[in-house]
Structures are given as structure tokens and as C-alpha cells.
Design a protein around this ligand. Structure first.
Ligand code: SF4
Length: 225
């Protein structure tokens, strides 16, 4: 079945209208992006419908160089204000009692230090958090609502939650959206380099993240596992 691009554009319009309403109501809105391949549609939505929304990037210090380059490329191309956030704890101190790096011995703590903690001041200073989460990414995300209260106290809005991978791909083609430099090299999902492996992917959008562990989330969006 062919995909109706006009209908998908209308869904982006509706999302843009909702962001405009938040702003008109005096709510302070921010977005986060991990600048992985599928992030581009959320950035397209913001750039074309709500360019006033600042985009925060959690710079863990463990990203692939290609992701950092892509972040810079997309920021320049879209004109969005992209702000890097870093852990308050220096990476040299992110070790366990045996001197092992935390992503090896305690990835939940590593994610907490590098993702959850740096975002907290931003959450405290805003009312609405826009994310690019999609239900197809995991069972936990499938249970979410497009708009729901977050444990941090902000309202979380995920305009792409019900989008399928096919719809996203169709929009990337229709609008000639750029591609992450590592796309096509076997990564279903791209996060920090120590915790990302190439994967056949299949139906699992998050395959290859924390491979071989029970962990499926970084802790920003509910449980760390
Ligand atoms: S994804 Fe891995 S390297 Fe990145 S913050 Fe989490 S545990 Fe650390």
C-alpha cells in the first residue's frame, strides 16, 4: 500500500500547531535529540514548524565521531539551536571501585551520570519536553501516550509516537532528509559507541543497544532496563 505523504505532512502540521499552542499558553518547551538516524524527522518537524524550540543533545563523551559530525551538519542545515549537555562528573572519575569504566561494570549508573543528571536542570527550567520516541521501538514505549506527565515534572510530548518505520522512511525520502553517516553499515540504532553493536535489526528498532544485557533504556524515559 502506498503511503500518502500529504497526510503525513498534515500530521506534522498538527504537531506544529500543538507546539504553537503550548507556546501561546506560556509553556516553556524544549526538545531532546540523540542525533541517530531516525532523529531526523523530529528535527525536520521542529525546523519547519517550531524553530524556536531549543534542542538538547546529551554529549556523553562516548558518541561515535560520525554522530557528532552529523549533529553539527544538521544544526547548520536546519538552523535549530542545538545545545550540548555534559555530565557534572568528569569522565575520568566515572569508574567503579576496581577502576573499571562504568559502562562496563554498571551501565545504569553510567547512563544516569551522563544522560539523566545533565538533563535535570533543563527539565526543571521548562514545562514541556518534546521527544522523538516511537512506540515501535520497544514494549515500554508502546505503552506510552503521545502526551503524558513525566516523572521529572514536565509534560512529555512525543509527536512521532504512533509513526511506523515505513512512514518515517517515506518522509525521509519525500523530503530528501539527510542520512546519518553510519547508516547502511548494519546499525539498527546508534547510541554511545561502547553500547552499540551492528545488528540485523529486523523488527526491533533498538536491536544492537546494550547487546547481551537486559538493559533496554537509558533511564531518561522510565526504567533504566
Ligand atoms: S549508553 Fe553506554 S556509554 Fe552511553 S551513557 Fe549509557 S552506559 Fe554509558
Amino acid at each position: 500500500m502506498s503511503i500518502d505523504i500529504d497526510a503525513l505532512d498534515a500530521r506534522l502540521d498538527a504537531a506544529g500547531d500543538r507546539l504553537t499552542r503550548y507556546r501561546a499558553a506560556g509553556l516553556r518547551v524544549f526538545a531532546t535529540s540523540s542525533f541517530q538516524p531516525n532523529s531526523v524527522l523530529l528535527l525536520h518537524l521542529l525546523a519547519t514548524r517550531a524553530p524556536w524550540v531549543p534542542v538538547y543533545f546529551l554529549d556523553t563523551g562516548y558518541h561515535f565521531p560520525e554522530t557528532l559530525l552529523w549533529r553539527d551538519t544538521l544544526a547548520a542545515r536546519t538552523g535549530l539551536r542545538v545545545v550540548d549537555l555534559r555530565s557534572p562528573m568528569p569522565r575520568s572519575q566515572q569508574r567503579d571501585a576496581d577502576g573499571r569504566l562504568l559502562f562496563v561494570s554498571d551501565p545504569d549508573r553510567c547512563c544516569h551520570l551522563n544522560k539523566v543528571l545533565p538533563l535535570q536542570p533543563v527539565q526543571a527550567a521548562h514545562d514541556v519536553w518534546v521527544t522523538g520516541l516511537r512506540a515501535a521501538q520497544s514494549a515500554q514505549r508502546a505503552d506510552m501516550d503521545e502526551e503524558e506527565p513525566d516523572a521529572s515534572g514536565v509534560l512529555k510530548y512525543s509527536p512521532l509516537l504512533r509513526w511506523t518505520g515505513r512512514e518515517l522512511e517515506a518522509m525521509r525520502d519525500a523530503h530528501a532528509l539527510p542520512r546519518h553517516p553510519l547508516e547502511g553499515r548494519g546499525f539498527a540504532s546508534i547510541g554511545c559507541s561502547p553500547c552499540t553493536t551492528a545488528s540485523s535489526g529486523g523488527l526491533d528498532d533498538r536491536a544492537g543497544r546494550w547487546s547481551g544485557q537486559r538493559k533496554t533504556e537509558c533511564g531518561l524515559h522510565g526504567g533504566a532496563r
